[in-house]
Design a protein around this ligand. Sequence first.
Ligand SMILES: Cc1ncc(COP(=O)(O)O)c(C=O)c1O
Length: 434
Amino acid sequence: MFHPSKSGTFFIIINTQNNCCLSAIANVASIHHSNYFTIFATTKLRSIPMTTFPDFISSKLPGIGTSIFAIMSQLANEQKAINLSQGFPDFDCSDQLKSLVAHYMKIGHNQYAPMPGIMPLREAIAEKTQFCYSAVYDPNKEITVTAGATQALYSAITAFVKEGDEVIVFEPAYDSYVPAILLNGGTPIYGQLKGPDFKIDWDETQKMVNRNTRMIVINSPHNPTGSILSDSDMKQLEKLTNGTNIIILSDEVYEHIIFDKREHQSICRYPQLMQRSLVVSSFGKTFHTTGWKMGYVVAPENLTAEFRKVHQFVVFAVNTPIQYAITDYLKEKNAYIDLPAFYQQKRDYFNNALKSSRFKIVPSAGTYFQLLDYSNISDEKETDFAIRLTKEFKIASIPVSVFYHKMTDNKVLRFCFAKGEETMDKAAEILCRI
Ligand SMILES: Cc1ncc(COP(=O)(O)O)c(C=O)c1O
């Protein structure tokens, strides 16, 4: 990409099938006329081997490698292991939902949607939010449809976090928060969720707040631990942020996967917190469609306006036919009302099958993840143990240490139980042998 700001030399690298690169070296002079610029270029093409790609790249994320989810899934494939590592269902979404998508494609809804999402879907989200949490958001100015929760989280952090800002995240933390903070020049400040129930220590959190604190990221139900925030947690958060200009980014992608008749304490239930919060959800989690990358953000008008400034340049608009399909499908309230019972049955099935195992079950109050403590079995590091289980026992999981910046090792692994009973039976049979 040519930038109009400077004169100089630009390199364009084109990957060709024979594993070589064509490098076009263009000497470019650019002349600025307010917003207009002209480029004069002389171009010389030559072939260079891929391995000589220059090493002058100064990474913006030097400490970050390939995500553990990709690594463990690949290892699971190579080892033909049962893959309970990455968080996605091994069953399909509803036929009705798929037919709706096909229908809207067939009748021609195949071009760009409006930047914030189609209005009928935003209205349906407003209705759902009111139905679930008695919260009122204006579909016109306070709801934005996003390409999954990941894009929503990234855009929200980018919209508000500047160089020097501090952002409080609680570890173990979902892996997309910190890179987004770092890419925006922010500093992550790490709070620790305290076992055995992985609660936030609010006194400690209070000590982390100062005039540079721009944002607090919360996640309930929580990946990877399955813990949830209670009404008392939300009141503590209210107290802590009262009188500050701290923005709350609330990752609620598992809002409908919560067990034992507990109620999800969404930010949307707390009018005072709503004023300073962006609440993120994911249709991928709710409708078993993680591959569609569809989500949304609800936030007051002033926060939404800033969020959309970034959203429009990150993705502009989101998959059109799926937006129409989800609009219709949201009328089936049971699709999300029945979700807690659906996943609770899976959690209980998995845990029952593990009764005779030496793993200790860490109670999961929500999400489709189950932590298993292996301290009775081995004192290996979590990463070593997870890799050994995949290679020797053919079962893949996620070491929870990867959710900590210091790789804190609690001897626990995360297993995804969004699976059919046959898969869970096989997995449990293996785990009971270890
Ligand atoms: C806590 C949490 N937030 C966000 C996401 C991303 O959701 P999406 O697939 O909609 O981008 C995930 C997915 O695993 C998650 O577990």
